[in-house]
Design a protein around this ligand. Structure first.
Ligand code: ADP
Ligand code: MG
Length: 434
């Protein structure tokens, strides 16, 4: 059994849907299909999910949104007409509009792109449509209930030889209300389905021929990665390599289901295979990924190492602000915390005030507008001098390093650089290790 997930570009219009159908039909094992909402058809186009969020914004501001929703209807209707699909979409549009009039939640509205996409694709390829509301289950805090979900999905899917399943959402176990994952969450749905049907392979079909050593929007023609371990991939996904959602890895890893990233526009390419195998290549660095907009707060205090409970107090202060720490590099008399600007949410002064009041440090230094870049690879702990090579490459590119952290394992070095140096730094590291 193979589970396939098709991303937004693979279901963007009739032309893409035809490619998708050919891929599914070319292998009888391809029995469970997870679909995203239609993505962009060309550079300046909108993603259906973005249009849906815009509808919600208009709703909240009492602005008209029916023309906006009409644009969405038109996109689905055009694909339906182009491919001659026999399906009544109008009845679904009517239900959605009615729910919007009754003040539907943002999650419900946002999820309708995947819902409609799955209805359309199911009719097109003749598979059953299986909704995930009531199968993918969340608690009241919006956290996935992984084991219950696995049981519910497994029981339902065993009744269907073939199914098309909408990505991105499930429902609250108690209220039944729709709950979405974060953006890119259809990858998670595909992984949950793979686990539930005990798939032999999870194929994730997108618009690139697999994982590349670096973001192709930053590095020109980066080398493709043939094989990579779950662990390395998780580090890269977490750090911003957006090809696969970071939470899509766990459900496959527990059942040892290989993930294959493939290109819908070039289905003959083998793509990237992700497995538990740890040392899969001769290369030192497997991949480089990063993201922008962090703040580093460095806390200095003499004899800090001797002071008990210091780290705990830092964590407690941040917990009161409901902020989780991205990284916490430590020195002899310093501890730094790296926080996402989105988590700080304009409260930096208040946080510093609490640090000063409760920790009584000798000094606090703040570095704003920082990007984090992770260089990942099992080869890194096999060879000496990797770190030196990385820092030399950055120095030669005139990039100032604001922070260094050895990541969660020896196969990961994280550097903090100024946002303005982000792309240069990635290019320099890539050039040093490719
Ligand atoms: P989908 O809609 O199919 O889920 P995404 O846009 O989420 O596709 O992910 C694919 C995109 O990820 C690629 O088009 C590419 O621009 C981007 N990307 C970022 N980092 C990498 C990388 N290391 N390798 C390949 N693609 C990357
Ligand atoms: Mg994606």
């Amino acid at each position: 059994v193979k589970v396939l997930k098709f991303g937004g570009s693979s279901v963007a219009d009739g032309i893409q849907l035809e490619k998708t159908r050919k891929i599914i039909e070319s292998d009888p094992d391809r029995r469970y299909i997870v679909v995203s909402a239609p993505g962009k058809r060309f550079e300046v186009d909108n993603k259906v999910t973005d249009l849906l969020y815009l509808c919600k914004t208009h709703m909240d501001q009492n602005l008209p949104y029916d023309q906006l929703f009409q644009v969405i209807e038109d996109r689905f209707n055009a694909a339906k007409m182009n491919l001659g699909i026999d399906v009544d979409l109008q009845k679904h549009f009517d239900v959605i509009l009615q729910n919007m009039k009754n003040g539907a939640s943002a999650d419900y509205i946002a999820s309708r792109g995947e819902y409609l996409s799955a209805v359309l694709v199911a009719a097109y390829i003749g598979y059953d449509f299986v909704d995930t509301a009531g199968l993918i289950l969340f608690d009241r805090k919006g956290r996935l209930l992984a084991e219950e979900t696995n049981r519910a999905l497994s029981a339902e899917l065993s009744k269907h030889e073939h199914a098309v399943i909408p990505g991105f959402y499930g429902s609250d176990r108690e209220t039944g209300e729709i709950v979405t994952f974060s953006r890119g969450g259809s990858d998670i749905t595909g992984a949950l389905v793979s686990r539930a049907v005990n798939a032999d392979m999870y194929e994730n079909w997108t618009d690139v021929s697999g994982f590349l050593m670096a973001d192709p929007r930053i590095v020109k023609d980066p080398r493709p990665i043939d094989r990579i371990s779950y662990k390395e991939l998780r580090e890269l996904s977490y750090m911003g390599a957006s090809v696969l959602h970071e939470d899509a890895i766990y459900p496959c890893r527990v059942e040892n289901i290989p993930i294959n990233i493939r290109n819908t526009n070039q289905p003959e390419d083998p793509g990237t295979i992700i497995t538990a195998e740890e040392e899969t290549s001769e290369k030192i660095v497997t991949g480089i990924a990063g993201s922008r907009d962090f703040t580093v707060i460095a806390i200095y205090k003499n004899m800090l190492a001797a002071e008990k409970g210091f780290v705990r107090r830092i964590l407690m202060i941040l917990e009161d602000f409901d902020i989780s720490i991205e990284h916490m590099p430590t020195g002899i008399d310093t501890i730094s915390v790296v926080l996402a600007d989105s988590a700080i949410d304009g409260r930096l002064d208040e946080i510093l005030e609490e640090f000063n009041a409760q920790l009584k440090p000798d000094n606090i230094e703040v570095f704003e507008d920082i990007s984090l870049i992770a260089t990942v690879g099992y080869g890194m702990n096999r060879r000496a001098g990797v770190a030196a090579r990385l820092f030399t490459a950055l120095a030669d590119a005139k990039v100032n390093i604001r922070m260094i952290d050895q990541g969660s394992s020896e196969m990961n070095i994280i550097v903090g650089v100024e946002n303005g140096d982000f792309e240069n730094a990635i290019r320099a590291i890539y050039a040093a290790f490719s």
